[in-house]
Structure formats: structure tokens, C-alpha cells
Design a protein around this ligand. Sequence first.
Ligand SMILES: Cc1cc2nc3c(=O)[nH]c(=O)nc-3n(C[C@H](O)[C@H](O)[C@H](O)COP(=O)(O)O)c2cc1C
Length: 260
Amino acid sequence: MKLAKLQLAYFSPCGGTLRAAELLCSQFESLPVERVNMTCPPGALPAVIPVAKDELLVLAFPVYGGVPPRVEGLFGQLRGQGGPCVLLAAYGNRAYENALAVAAAQMARQGFVCVGGLACVTPHVFAPALGAGRPDGGGDRRAFEAFAGAVKRALAQPALCPAALPGEAEPERKPLKPVPRVRDTEKCLDCGLCARACPAGAMDRDYRVDGARCVNCMACRRACPVGAWRFDPSAVRAWLEENFAAPRPVEWFAGEGMSG
Ligand SMILES: Cc1cc2nc3c(=O)[nH]c(=O)nc-3n(C[C@H](O)[C@H](O)[C@H](O)COP(=O)(O)O)c2cc1C
């Protein structure tokens, strides 16, 4: 099939996922890219975002606890019409577990054929030494190129074929450990930007956080102009650095049985 353009839909509270997604899009040189930033508060996007059959949806998200972020309604606006989609799961060098399979199942329900999925390492927001400088210009870039080549070959087939992706589409729900945080009330300007930035709608006007909705994405910290939110990931950082320091390669899957 001949593609008209790429639609890059992404959730990237700290920017690592977006950087990786841009690298992937750049492998489809000649095609225009339309970007949809889905890192936004509930209700900020149109209820339906259609993606035409001759467009390739690039869906990019970070891995949280082995799955895509469990933000209510995340990516629910995207509607395919039997057209292709590729997934990019950005993770912090621990593991991506079921992330690709969960996202592929959601996209299939919403009318897309997931022809490929790629999992790549980006800096871990709780332990930035893990994944520092990645994706890099060496092996990572070559893996992205190989993946894009395989996706192009899959798109050239007479019919779109869903890629076989690792993991379970409906894994058991694991509770996310909350990361201790405080709001420095001396510094806080009471501007409300943090609460308005929360993509999970977890913070009220009085800066109280609903623990059942919050996914620890730290968009609140990023939105604060004076650094009033302080997270303390030291315990999880120590565990990550001790157990997951060995760099993991990019892994990808496309079409019928192609992988790298
Ligand atoms: C709440 C939370 C859970 C995470 N869980 C995982 C995980 O299960 N495996 C992993 O390797 N990285 C994990 N990470 C690291 C992120 O996947 C990684 O830092 C990603 O680049 C963040 O994307 P962003 O920079 O676009 O916000 C987690 C990060 C957060 C904030």
C-alpha cells in the first residue's frame, strides 16, 4: 500500500518516548508527519481522532510496570479504518514485559492492524543512568532502520498482517508502588499548572493527589515553573541500578515473523 502520511500519537511526560518516536518517524523520510500529543489532561483532545486507511499510525508510549500507562481513556480517541499501526514502547532498561501486546490489543479493538512493534531503551525517569544517551546513534539507530525496513516490506504485501508480539494482551494487574513526593509550600506559587497538566486527572485544585488515578508520571513536577514538587525515587533507583544496569538491545517485531 502507498502511505499518504504518518500520524504520530504519543504519551511522553518526560520526553524520552517522544525522542525515540521522532527517530522512528525519521526512518520514513519522504512521508509527512502529523503529531498528536496525548500527554494532556482528560477532555483536552477531541473525542474521536480518525486515522485514514492510507496513513500509518505510530503509537508511542512509555512502559510503566510492564504495560502502557494505566491512564483512564489513554489513546481511546484514535479510530482506525482497517489501516496500519506500529507501536513504540520506550522503557528504562528494566523490562517491557506485556507492553506491546496490551497496546496492540487496544489498537486492534479501535480498528487498526498492528503490523509492527519496537521496544527501545530510554533514560529511566527514576534512575537516569539506566538508558542514558539512548536511543543512541549506533546500534539503536541501526535497529530502528532495520525495523522501518521490515515495516515497509510488511506494508508492501497484498494484505496487512498483524505482527506476532511478545507478552500477554490482558496481564494480571500489578499495583504500582507510589514514589514518595512533597510539594514545597514555601516555593509553590499556587498557579495550578501542575494540577492542570496531570494527564490522569489525579490532582485537585488543592493539590491533593488521588492515589488510585496517579500513575507517577511526574508531569506535575515537569509543569512546575519553580520546582516545588520533589519526588524521592531513591529506593527504586538503588534497586534498578543494582539489578538492571546491563544495557538491553532494541527489540522489534514486524509482519509475519520478522524480528530483530
Ligand atoms: C511509574 C513508572 C513506571 C515505570 N516502569 C517501568 C518498567 O516497568 N520497566 C522499565 O524498564 N522502565 C519503567 N519505567 C521507566 C520509563 O519507561 C522510562 O523512563 C520512559 O522513558 C519514560 O518515558 P518519558 O521519558 O517519555 O516520560 C517506569 C517509569 C515510571 C514513571
